[in-house]
Design a binder for this molecule. Structure first.
Ligand code: FUB
Length: 347
């Protein structure tokens, strides 16, 4: 049953002391929420988790999603709706499998859905599909975005209308296989987390005005510590793993991302959308479940943090989307969000 009002939200809150927030919907499993405000309503572009029998391993073999349903709700959290399928893997000629974390953007009357999928060669690419409605149905472009690879696209539209796509994820997300500029199945050893080398970095590119293609060569986004040194591969609690997201507050760009096997959402700041970004701290502590993936939106004066955990299923590959609020301190820092009070769920 969908949770449809704020009073239902608080009833659920009281019934599960281990969890700060209730699942947004329980009709389907949902994950990797990318939230946006369109037409005075919150739209959440999420993965649709399913049971596929895949065995849990380091390549995400248990995440075999095949379609997207957009979720939406009023600005006060009421009237939560699970929309019908917005895009199916079968509709995308180049895509074979693995509809992982999506995002969306709006420009000039069109809504754009950005998504990763594996192609016939088992290589992750990024696709884009368009619709005149925020919930779809979306019509995919016939080919992946040229020059795209890896997973977890997140599109940030700056105040001047410039749009940037951020993406990447190591291990199952294959980013380590692109370290030399072309696809190498054996990849880089850096992703193993033992090297003194600088860690593999998230990627970005400006989008063309049509929002369908990269306007420039893909660039790495530097993440540095406060002394200006690169975060190293072995620094598992700070190095980039997947799920990049950008938001802007008081003129500062905040890059937040998952640290993967240490299960944190970390954040780093910059005065430029291209970085370099300076590591600042933890944005979200571990949730229940292996993956931690999030987004942020501002509604009026309030900031909301969307995330997922596994409250409904207890299984890492069957997740449920939730949200809470957070604040920026006067100095721009953000206190770590804590949404799970059960035992630490770490490998
Ligand atoms: O949902 C599949 C993958 O799990 C996402 O792409 C990652 O960010 C992680 O949440």
């Amino acid at each position: 049953m969908a949770i449809t009002s704020c009073s239902q939200l608080s009833e659920k809150l009281n019934s599960s002391p281990d969890f700060l927030n209730p699942p947004l919907v329980s009709e389907i499993y949902t994950a990797d929420p990318s939230a946006h405000v369109f037409n005075n309503r919150i739209y959440i572009y999420a993965s649709h988790d399913i049971e596929s029998g895949g065995i849990e391993d380091h390549s995400g073999n248990n995440f075999n999603m095949i379609d997207y349903h957009v979720l939406s709700m009023n600005l006060d959290g009421s009237d939560v709706t699970v929309h019908p399928v917005g895009l199916s893997v079968g509709d995308v000629t180049w895509a074979e499998s693995k509809f992982w974390a999506p995002d969306a953007a709006y420009k000039n009357g069109t809504y754009y859905l950005y998504f990763p999928a594996k192609d016939a060669n088992n290589i992750f690419r990024l696709g884009v599909a368009t619709s005149s409605n925020p919930e779809g149905p979306f019509t995919p472009q016939p080919t992946p975005m040229q020059g795209s690879y890896s997973i977890d696209p997140a599109v940030f539209v700056d105040d001047d209308g410039s749009a940037y796509i951020y993406f990447g994820g190591i291990w199952g997300g294959q980013l380590q296989r692109w370290e030399n500029g072309t696809y190498d199945e054996n990849g880089s050893l850096k992703d193993l987390g033992v090297a003194d080398d600088p860690a593999i970095l998230p990627k970005m590119a400006k989008l063309k005005d049509d929002m369908l293609e990269f306007a420039e060569e893909v660039k790495s986004i530097e993440i540095l510590d406060k002394s200006g040194n690169p975060i190293l591969t072995k620094d598992l609690e700070r190095r980039f793993f997947e799920a990049p997201w950008i938001h802007k507050h008081n003129g500062i760009y905040y890059l937040s991302y998952s640290t993967g096997d240490t299960h944190l959402i970390a954040y780093a700041t910059s005065d430029n959308p291209y970085g370099p970004f300076i590591y600042q701290g933890v944005l979200n502590e571990p949730v229940q479940g292996w993956t931690n993936h999030h987004s942020t939106i501002k509604v009026g004066k309030k900031w909301f943090f969307f995330y997922h955990d596994t409250e409904l299923s207890g299984k890492t590959h069957l997740r449920n989307v939730k949200f809470t609020t957070f604040k920026h301190n006067k100095d721009g820092s953000i206190d770590p969000i804590k949404t799970y009070f059960g035992n630490d769920w770490r490998f």
